[in-house]
Ligand binder design. Structure first.
Ligand code: BG6
Length: 255
């Protein structure tokens, strides 16, 4: 805590929590846009928090992305996580395998010494195919498990960067730009005022499901994501944000 106060990080955390209407904000020093090491420090902070709030036989749902991959990398075995089941928060959302929520869930479980269950659903499903799939007993059973998660850990993306990473159509890219999309989480794209401007079809947790989870932990940093974080956090709301100093200062300098 002493080091944090020297950097003024505790103040930053408090201001940001109020501004973003969150229960808790943890700020690590540095800028993860510039250094991968800072991303890992955010990962370490998530790992520490997870251990502290874990209960036996819980389900933890995790999203995909490079930040969540850093979280997985920093997990260590702990007795409190031995009976935890890690699951992906959503089916495929167009990520490469290394960054898919399934991969992150299995990696986290292996590192933490817990269990995992995976959700094998292709992305870019038509409505008809998705509805058929949702009737499959195994998928239904898995979805119940995912919805029972008491902890959800997710990343926040820059809207344009995520749409491009997912190889979205030129029409969607144009729509997002026109509507002023700045942030993305769980396949939802948000404008600066928190309005949802697009929702990528997939199977998994919805915003309504998130409202039921006890602990929603967002992890995202880098000054480049300041607008994205500021748009997404108040909507997903009420939970914890783990970020870095550079994003935190950029968000508050915009106020
Ligand atoms: C994706 C999630 O896998 O990662 C998105 O589906 C999230 O919801 C994104 O915004 C964040 O990625 P990164 O690499 O910026 O941590």
């Amino acid at each position: 805590p002493l080091i944090k106060d020297l950097f003024g990080l505790t103040d930053l955390e408090n201001h940001l929590a109020t501004h973003l209407r969150l229960k808790r904000v943890i700020v690590v020093p540095g800028d993860s846009d510039r250094s991968d090491w800072v991303k890992k420090e955010m990962g370490r902070a998530v790992a520490r928090l997870l251990k502290a709030i874990s209960r036996s036989n819980q389900v933890v749902a995790v999203a995909g992305g490079t930040t969540l991959a850093a979280v997985a990398e920093m997990m260590t075995a702990s007795s409190s996580l031995k009976t935890t089941t890690f699951v992906p928060a959503r089916g495929g959302l167009g990520e490469v395998v290394e960054l898919e929520a399934n991969t992150i869930a299995s990696l986290m479980a292996t590192k933490a010494g817990g269990n995992y269950r995976l959700l094998h659903v292709p992305d870019q499903l038509s409505d008809a195919a998705r509805e058929t799939l949702m009737k499959e007993p195994r998928i239904q059973e898995m979805m119940e498990l995912v919805r029972s998660a008491c902890i959800v850990v997710h990343g926040i993306g820059d809207a344009k960067a995520m749409a491009e990473r997912r190889k979205s159509s030129p029409e969607l890219l144009a729509h997002l730009e026109q509507e002023g999309a700045v942030g993305e989480a769980f396949g939802y794209y948000f404008a600066r005022d928190g309005r949802i401007v697009h929702y990528g079809r997939s199977i998994g947790l919805t915003l309504e499901d998130l409202a039921r989870a006890h602990n929603v932990i967002a992890v995202a940093g880098g000054s480049g994501k300041a607008e994205s974080i500021a748009a997404v956090c108040p909507v997903v709301g009420g939970g914890t944000l783990i970020t870095d100093e550079s994003a935190a200062r950029a968000i508050l300098s915009d106020v």
